[in-house]
Design a protein around this ligand. Structure first.
Ligand code: NI
Length: 254
């Protein structure tokens, strides 16, 4: 069994074939899926999907590219949805210096604010860190975010940075990128991190693994991520599946 810990199946692209996507997931060993939040207007749909489907869980949070949608009202909404037991984390939150460098201070402030909300709710954080490793790490460390649990989603740092995160108690989530031929750093990370800190994800509809690279991603494809990690570590697919599923269950309490 597998768990896709980060999948944007609430996005409109999936609407026409939502049930088919869930059926594919089930047929391909996927037991549970977590939908991360991106901005406040999407929280309602996520929580409705979670209510309707037993094996789907959600998170609420404001993505670093959406910082302009963070205000007092958004904060109240996040707190409100966190009372729902199917909303199991705060995310995706973090820093993204790749797309937009103009609001770095605002990104940092909102990231930290949302970590504190997660701490109040005693739920883990799903972290988006793109080209902002140093600052993300510093904020997570200073706020002692590891007390509630930290997932470094779509990990893109060096093997050294991965080990720094492991030392802090963070989890590393890997997705389709690990199957890309040129993704040397991510492959190395997949090899060296302790298996008990690894989570699997798709980040669907983005980042589809080989052999679907460039196409629309979906939860069913998380098995290719598991298989690649098994190959890289020279262990069985079953061991990767079982351990990462147990890790997700333990950390996310699902
Ligand atoms: Ni995402």
């Amino acid at each position: 069994m597998l768990i896709d810990t980060h999948s944007h199946i609430d996005m409109e692209n999936f609407e026409p074939r939502f049930d088919e996507v869930l059926k594919n997931a089930k047929q391909n060993d996927v037991e549970k899926v977590v939908i991360p939040g991106v901005e406040p207007s999407g929280f309602k749909k996520i929580s409705e999907i979670c209510e309707k489907y037993e094996n789907i869980y959600g998170a609420v949070g404001v993505h670093p590219e959406e910082v302009n949608s963070f205000n007092e009202k958004a904060e109240e909404l996040i707190k409100k949805y966190l009372k729902n037991p199917k909303i199991i984390a705060v995310g995706e939150i973090g820093l993204d210096y790749y797309w937009d460098k103009s609001q770095i201070e605002k990104q940092k402030e909102i990231f930290e604010r949302q970590i504190l909300i997660a701490k109040e709710a005693q739920k883990p954080v799903l972290v988006h860190d793109r080209e902002a490793h140093q600052d993300s790490f510093e904020i997570l460390k200073r706020t002692k975010a590891n007390e509630i649990g930290v997932v470094m989603h779509c990990f893109s740092g060096s093997p050294e940075f991965a080990m720094e995160c492991i030392k802090e108690g963070f989890y590393i989530a890997l997705g389709g990128v690990v199957t890309f031929k040129n993704a040397k750093k991510v492959k190395e990370v997949a090899k060296i991190i302790p298996l008990d800190r690894l989570l699997l994800e798709t980040d669907a509809p983005y980042m589809a693994p080989v052999p679907y690279r460039g196409k629309e991603n979906e939860p069913a494809y998380v098995k290719y991520v598991a298989q690649e990690i098994a190959n890289l570590r020279n262990i069985s697919y079953e061991e990767v599946a079982e351990t990462t599923t147990n890790n997700a269950k333990k950390l996310l309490k699902i």
